[in-house]
Write a protein that binds this ligand. Structure first.
Ligand code: GA4
Length: 323
C-alpha cells in the first residue's frame, strides 16, 4: 500500500499571512465587495459578528472533546469514527475524526458517541442549523456581489432537504516531546507533522471553527505554505471546488492542510455545505461571458463525489472537469 508522506519537507517555504476579515454587521455593499475580493484572491476569509450563538459553539466544542477523550477501543467500534487513515486510497495523517451527515440521523446513531445521546444530538442539530444559516447568508452575499440576479442561486443547493452536506470533527494530537517546554511557545515549523495533508474541499463552501491552536496552512503559490492564525471568535470560510465551477473560475478553491506543530490539542469542526447528489453543477448565465468563456463541463455532485473518492487526497480532481 502506498501511503502519503507524513512529514513536511524543509524545501517548503513558510510565509505566515493574515486572512481578510469580513464583519457581517458592516454595511451590506462593503461586505459583498470584501467577500468577492477575498474569494478571488485567497479562497479563504474569516467572518466575525456571524450570528452563531457563543453557547451553541461552546457546547459543540465540549461535545467533541468529551467524545475524543473516550477510550480508543470504544471509538474504534464506531463506523463514523476514523483515525490516521483518510479516505480509501492510502492517505494518512496525524488525526482522529468523526464524520457526520447533517440530515438528522436517528439518535441510535449517537449511542456510543455520547453518554447522553439525546444531548449530543440536540447540540449537533443546533450547531448545524447555525452554520448552515451562516453559509446560506454568505452564499447570498456572494451572489449579490457577483451580480447574479437569482440571490439564492448558490444557497438553494445547501438549503435543500436532501443536501449532502457533512459535519466533521477533527482532533489533532500535539507533539509531546522534549521540545515542548512551554505550552504557549510560538509554533516552530521545524518539527512539523502533517495532520491532514494538502487538499482542496470538494463541496460548495466550508465553514470551519477551531480552538485557539494553530495548524491551518493554505497554499496560494506552489511550494509556499501560508500559516493562518486561529481566531476563536471567527469562523474561517473557504471556497470549495463546486463554487469554483459555479463562479466559472472567478472564485478559487485553494489547497490547504493542517499541521500538528503545537504543544496543545487542536480541535476543529468543519461544516462542508454540499448540494443534493443529483444536482447539476452549472454557473449562473451571468458568470459566462465572451471575455470569460465557460471553463468547466456540466456534471452532477454524485459524479464529482465519485471521482473525488476514487482519487488521492492531494490530487486536483477539478482539472478532470475542465473543457
Ligand atoms: C476533504 C474534505 C472533507 O474532510 C471530506 C474529505 C474526504 C474524507 O476524509 O473522507 C476525502 C477528502 C475530503 C477529499 C478527497 C477524498 C475524500 C478523503 C479523500 C482522500 C469529508 C470530503 O468531502 O473530501
Amino acid at each position: 500500500m502506498v501511503v502519503a508522506s507524513q512529514k513536511s519537507t524543509s524545501r517548503e517555504k513558510i510565509l505566515p499571512i493574515e486572512l481578510p476579515v469580513v464583519d457581517l454587521s458592516a454595511e451590506r455593499s462593503t461586505v459583498t465587495k470584501l467577500i468577492v475580493k477575498a474569494c478571488e484572491d485567497y479562497g479563504f476569509f474569516n467572518v466575525v459578528n456571524h450570528g452563531v450563538p457563543r453557547d451553541t459553539i461552546a457546547k459543540m466544542e465540549e461535545a467533541g472533546f468529551n467524545f475524543f477523550a473516550k477510550p480508543m477501543a470504544l471509538k474504534k467500534q464506531l463506523p463514523l469514527y476514523g483515525c490516521h487513515s483518510i479516505g480509501f486510497n492510502g492517505d494518512v495523517g496525524d488525526v482522529e475524526y468523526l464524520l457526520l451527515a447533517t440530515t438528522p440521523p436517528s439518535i441510535d446513531h449517537f449511542k456510543n458517541i455520547s453518554n447522553v445521546p439525546s444531548n449530543f444530538s440536540s447540540t449537533v442539530s443546533a450547531y448545524t442549523e447555525g452554520v448552515r444559516e451562516l453559509a446560506c447568508e454568505i452564499l447570498e452575499l456572494m451572489a449579490e456581489g457577483l451580480g447574479v440576479p437569482d440571490a439564492m442561486a448558490f444557497s438553494r443547493l445547501i438549503r435543500a432537504v436532501d443536501s449532502d452536506s457533512v459535519l466533521r470533527f477533527n482532533h489533532y494530537p500535539p507533539i509531546l516531546n522534549k521540545d515542548c517546554k512551554d505550552k504557549d511557545e510560538s509554533p516552530s515549523y521545524s518539527h512539523t507533522k502533517v495532520g491532514f495533508g494538502d487538499h482542496s474541499d470538494p463541496q460548495i463552501l466550508t465553514i470551519l471553527r477551531s480552538n485557539d491552536v494553530p495548524g491551518l496552512q493554505i497554499s496560494l503559490q506552489d511550494g509556499v505554505w501560508n500559516p493562518v492564525a486561529p481566531d476563536p471568535e471567527a469562523f474561517c470560510v473557504n471556497v470549495g471546488d463546486l463554487l469554483q465551477v459555479m463562479t466559472n473560475g472567478r472564485f478559487v478553491s485553494v489547497t490547504h492542510r493542517v499541521v500538528t506543530n503545537s504543544c496543545k490539542y487542536r480541535m476543529s469542526v468543519a461544516y462542508f455545505g454540499a448540494p443534493p447528489l443529483d444536482a447539476g453543477i452549472v454557473p449562473p448565465s451571468v458568470m459566462v461571458t465572451p471575455q470569460r468563456p465557460s471553463l468547466f463541463k456540466t456534471f452532477t455532485w454524485a459524479e464529482y463525489k465519485k471521482v473525488t473518492y476514487s482519487m488521492r487526497l492531494g490530487e486536483r480532481r477539478i482539472d478532470l472537469f475542465r473543457k
